[in-house]
Ligand binder design. Structure first.
Ligand SMILES: *Cc1c(COP(=O)(O)O)cnc(C)c1O
Length: 379
């Protein structure tokens, strides 16, 4: 043994890292999630062994496909890498020239990827950048606040490669066609449907509704290591896997991530331990009651806008009483010894959401004290 394994305290001290309470949800900028110990054990076991990597990729993919009752599956390095390689795979198919020269080949092939305009999101990086990286040309269908089947159908032409549907809280939700409606169009015109379901909880429904490729982030709902999952139809997944010899190489995942995510999926399906929305409500109720005793603050339970079983505490700040806007309070909560991060999407309405999935009751008390200090100081 050259050295003992580091403790949590050592890591924060050694690199002078800021302590964080993550009340924002599964956020990439904070480290997303913390896997269960069985997953961590599988990761370290995998690190200590050698495999034929193609064998590992194929066999874990088959194992996951069986668990989820889908034709085919593959572990990738993250959901973004899944999107890039899905696009690249559907463009190149098994053409080696295109596989090796995706961006430099002047061979003519269809490259258009149709995306509802309200799905053209920035999830921390623009989804359009992933489409371009995969060799695709993004074509927006419909309007910022509306996309109907005919908006997509009117854009289908011989240059169309696929339709990309983004199922996410980031997207415009109103007046958007459903996954099933999009799948019906894809079938009618015999073009593949890619569904980016990176943060979604149901690993089967989009495939069952007709997605040829459905893409998940490994560390979000599944709580695996940094990784991504692509499930789908046999041929589409095999074309995607070929990309490891092309554009996929700089986004490769290691053996430990492949094994870790496979274990995390197994646990997610066979032994789910994630908190239910009702358990979240129970945990946050004392926190909400305390906040409601503070001047200029009102808090209540709100349910996830994208329909997932997630309850959050919505905290509204009355700037005229407190003398600070929600935007200022958000910044102040990140200062000091422990940085507290909320969901900030509603800051312009004077509100934040606290997502308690990664927050303990003790940490909720710390958050309450910090809010009190910041907002009640001048009174
Ligand atoms: C998080 C997210 C991504 C990116 O996932 P990574 O695994 O971090 O690459 C893509 N699309 C949506 C909708 C997301 O929420």
């Amino acid at each position: 043994m050259s050295s003992e394994s580091p403790t949590k305290k050592d890591i924060y001290n050694k690199y002078h890292l800021k302590k964080v309470i993550n009340a924002s949800g599964r956020m990439t900028i904070l480290g997303v999630s913390t896997p269960r110990s069985e997953v961590i054990d599988t990761v370290s076991c995998g690190l200590n062994e050698y495999f034929e990597i193609k064998d590992l990729v194929d066999k874990t993919g088959q194992y996951i496909a069986q668990l989820l009752n889908v034709e085919n599956a593959v572990v990738v390095s993250c959901a973004s890498a899944g999107i890039v390689q899905a696009v690249a795979g559907l463009i190149t198919k098994d053409d080696r020239d295109l596989l090796f020269n995706l961006h430099s080949s002047d061979k003519y092939v269809p490259r258009e990827i149709i995306v509802p305009k309200g799905h053209n999101i920035n999830f921390g990086a623009p989804i359009g950048t992933m489409v371009s990286l995969g060799g695709g040309i993004m074509v927006e269908a419909g309007y910022a606040n509306e996309c109907k089947p005919e908006h997509i159908e009117s854009l289908i032409n011989p240059d169309t490669v696929a339709i990309l549907y983004v199922k996410s809280h980031h997207c415009v939700q109103k007046s958007m066609l459903s996954v099933a409606q999009t799948a019906a169009i894809a079938r009618k015109y015999d073009i593949p449907l890619i569904v980016d379901a990176a943060a979604e909880e149901d690993l089967q429904t989009y495939y069952q509704q007709g997605a040829d490729l459905a893409i998940y982030s490994g560390a979000k709902a599944i709580e695996g290591p940094t990784s991504g999952l692509v499930i789908g139809r046999h041929q589409a997944v095999e074309w995607l896997k070929l990309q490891s010899q092309g554009i996929g190489r700089p986004m490769k995942i290691g053996k430990e991530g492949i094994l870790g995510l496979t274990k995390a999926i197994e646990l997610y399906v066979t032994d789910p331990q994630s908190e239910t929305g009702q358990q979240m409500v129970a945990k946050m109720t004392p926190f909400i009651e305390s906040l409601n005793t503070l001047k200029g603050i009102s808090a209540k339970v709100v349910w996830d806008g994208a329909g997932r079983d997630i309850a959050r505490a919505e905290i509204a700040f009355d700037a005229s009483v407190i003398g600070k806007t929600a935007v200022e309070i958000i910044e102040l909560m990140k200062q000091g010894e422990i940085a507290v991060y909320f969901r900030e999407y509603k800051a312009n309405e004077g509100k934040v959401d606290a997502d308690v999935r990664s927050v303990t009751s003790t940490q909720l008390d710390i958050i309450y004290q910090k809010i009190k200090n910041i907002t009640q100081g001048a009174q």
